[in-house]
Write a protein that binds this ligand. Sequence first.
Ligand code: GUN
Length: 280
Amino acid sequence: MVANLIKGKEIALALREKFGQEIMSLGHKPHLAVILVGNDEASLIYDRNKQKAAIEAGMDCDLHHLPEETTEAEVLALIDNLNEDKNIHGVMVQLPLPKHIDSRKIIEHIKPEKDVDGFTPQNAGLLSVKDERAIVSATPAGILYLLKTVHKSLAGMHAVIIGRSNIVGKPLAALLLNNDCTVTVVHTKTRNLPEITKQADILIAACGKAKMVKADWVKEGATVIDVGINRINGKLCGDVDFDEVVNKAAYITPVPGGVGPMTIAMLLENTYQAYRQSKA
Ligand code: GUN
């Protein structure tokens, strides 16, 4: 079996064009503020891509790029200003933050209704009780969208998620449970990992280890979603050993061009949602 590719890049582009048309007909622009502290190269590239995508979709987007030595109090003060500004609909702080800044404190300072990353306790809680007001974090939302392009219903499917981060693993587990999957979350302390992953109808790799998932970890005909972004000798690769697993799975996301572009599209969707809710 050679897997079909789930082409996140194309799907994301179509979504962004759809938002662009809807936003054009609004007559107003949803406005996103992105905060980046320090000079992490990858983060700067992501945030510039987010800004470019937002502007192409007809939104306003400011990138607040602050120096590495910015204090926690200064970041909190900027968030205060953005929280109070009626013309700003979405606020996101790029992670990771420099070590002298407490990420939880920063995230919890964002007004939940402007928290377009869905990282505040309020939005995480609303998601876990399946409340439709939840702003759902962008990567899990993008993964669900991709899964729905290849499966009419996810009900009863066994989804195994490798990784328990607050950004991907945990919110994705809640989202897939809300969509009637049977969900298993495995992590660094899990015993007999391949035995569990081999049971997955849907296998999601979000462990941050290059090419960790091998063909013998995967059930024949599974759907495999690769959230990893790693580099080996400068070349991008995911957490899945693509060349092996492509011969075992029925569907697979490539890296690059799979989950990554969907995260940006869903961030724009969340900003648009926050904008609509601000007018409701
Ligand atoms: N760092 C890695 N992924 C993300 C994300 O989705 N949002 C933010 N804010 N930071 C990240």
